[in-house]
Structures are given as structure tokens and as C-alpha cells.
Design a protein around this ligand. Structure first.
Ligand SMILES: [Zn+2]
Length: 257
């Protein structure tokens, strides 16, 4: 907190009893004063480049409805992207959708390390603590991370409504997409609009796969969750799919065991 003066993560519903742990790395567009504007205009600082629009509202509703703990990032990913390791070239993005990010260009190793230590590390410690607390109760939680994506990126329109992503264990993601097809409300796909190959499954790998837990990353097109009402409605939709997908994934794991 030395430079930012702001806690880099918040924990909601810490005592939630469901066998789920929720994560929302890109929950906030908050820019600590220390970093100024990074040389960006206000529109960019409020845009999808700075945070995942609507993702926190969805995650908070899931937290309440599922009764599951949620760890949410509290600082803009423009400063440090908590879903990336320090080795990732885009953990501190130097290029936005269209323009370079002046305040992130030419940083020293010490400056990069300081952002990692002050933003990434506390977020991931908080998530690890929440998962360990479940384990201490004898529960093997499913990690669900909640993200949103922009409908138009670099001029290309994305038709997808929902992406269910995984790192290497795809049971829940695949079950969720099958359920979405049956429900027929959302256009959903596995590992779209990104996949592990794009380096977006760091949190899943670090916290779930490393512990042998199941996990899924949900990507929601942000125009479906850009009001509180829409986000809450989406959370209701996701909850139904998730609970059924975990049930199916659990059964297939038992069959294999
Ligand atoms: Zn995201």
C-alpha cells in the first residue's frame, strides 16, 4: 500500500458456505493518485481498457446468491493486470486498443516489481487465503472467475455472448457450454474470445490447477451487463448454468475415478 494508498483487493462474503470461490481480477477502474492518468484521457480511463465493465456487479450478485466468497481487484488493470504474472509482456500494458500507454512505457525493473508487489501479490494472497480456508473446512471449492469483454475490438464485432474458458481441465467449461446450448438463451462457446494460449488463464492455473481443483473463467460481452439490472439478471442466468455444470462435471469425475 506504500505507493497506492489503497487496498488492492477486497473480499466479499468471506464466510460464504457454497463450494465455490469467486474471483474478479478486473473489477475496478480505480486509479490511485500516485499513478496519475498514465497519460491517458478520461474516456480511456473509464473504458474496458481500464476494467471489465459490469463484471463486479455480476460477481457480487453471484457472491450473494450462491453464498460464496469473492475476491475482487480494487485497482485498474492499467496499473497492473492481476491475471498476469510479472513475466507476461502485458502484465503492465504498454499498448491500449489503439494508442500506447505513456505512463507504462520505459519502466525500470524496480518500478515493475513495485507494482507487482503492491497490486498483484496482495490480490493473490487474498484469493489463496480464501481457498485455503475452504480447504481447512474440508471443502474442495470450484474457482470461478468473472470477466467481461468489449463487443467491438479494433473494429471487429464479436457476436459471442458468453465464453467459458479453462486452462487444462475443461470439464466445467464444456458442460456449461452444452447447458447453454440446451437453454438456448445465450450464444456461448468454450475458450472464446480468448483461450489459455493468450495467457488469460493465469489465475485459474495458479490457484485451482495447482491445488487439483476445478475452475472456469467466464467472459461476458459487456453490453449484456452494463447496467446493474442487466448484471443481476446475468448473474441469475450464470448461477443456474454453473450449478448444473458443476454437478455434471462432478459426476463425470466420479465415473472416471
Ligand atoms: Zn478481465
Amino acid at each position: 500500500m506504500a505507493q497506492t494508498g489503497w487496498p488492492p483487493a477486497t473480499i466479499h462474503g468471506a464466510n460464504g458456505k457454497a463450494p465455490f470461490v469467486l474471483g474478479c481480477e478486473h473489477a475496478s477502474a480505480f486509479m490511485p493518485q500516485f499513478y496519475g492518468s498514465l497519460g491517458l484521457d478520461d474516456a480511456t480511463l473509464r473504458s474496458h481498457a481500464a476494467w471489465d465493465i459490469g463484471a463486479l456487479d455480476v460477481a457480487l450478485r453471484l457472491c450473494a446468491q450462491l453464498d460464496a466468497p469473492l475476491v475482487a481487484g480494487a485497482i485498474s488493470r492499467l496499473v497492473y493486470d492481476c491475471n498476469r504474472p510479472l513475466e507476461a509482456p502485458d502484465c503492465i500494458p504498454v499498448q491500449g486498443e489503439f494508442d500506447p500507454i505513456p505512463g507504462n512505457t520505459g519502466l525500470t525493473e524496480a518500478q515493475r516489481q513495485a507494482r507487482f508487489d503492491e497490486i498483484h501479490t496482495p490480490f493473490h494472497h487474498a484469493l489463496a487465503r480464501v481457498i485455503d480456508a475452504k480447504a481447512a473446512e474440508g471443502v474442495r471449492p470450484v474457482l470461478v472467475t468473472v470477466h467481461s469483454f468489449t463487443p467491438v475490438y479494433r473494429g471487429r464485432t464479436r457476436e459471442l455472448d458468453l465464453g467459458y474458458l479453462f486452462h487444462s481441465r475443461g470439464e466445467i467449461a464444456r458442460a456449461a457450454v452444452r447447458i447453454e446450448a440446451e437453454r438456448g438463451v445465450m450464444h456461448a462457446a468454450v475458450n472464446e474470445p480468448y483461450s489459455a494460449a493468450d495467457g488469460v488463464t493465469y489465475t485459474l492455473q495458479k490457484h485451482a490447477e495447482a491445488r487439483g481443483l476445478q475452475a472456469v473463467m467466464i467472459e461476458i460481452r459487456n453490453d449484456l451487463v452494463d447496467t446493474l439490472e442487466a448484471a443481476r439478471s446475468m448473474a441469475g442466468h450464470l448461477m443456474e448454468t454453473l450449478v448444473r455444470a458443476v454437478e455434471i462435471a462432478g459426476q463425470s469425475a466420479e465415473v472416471r475415478a
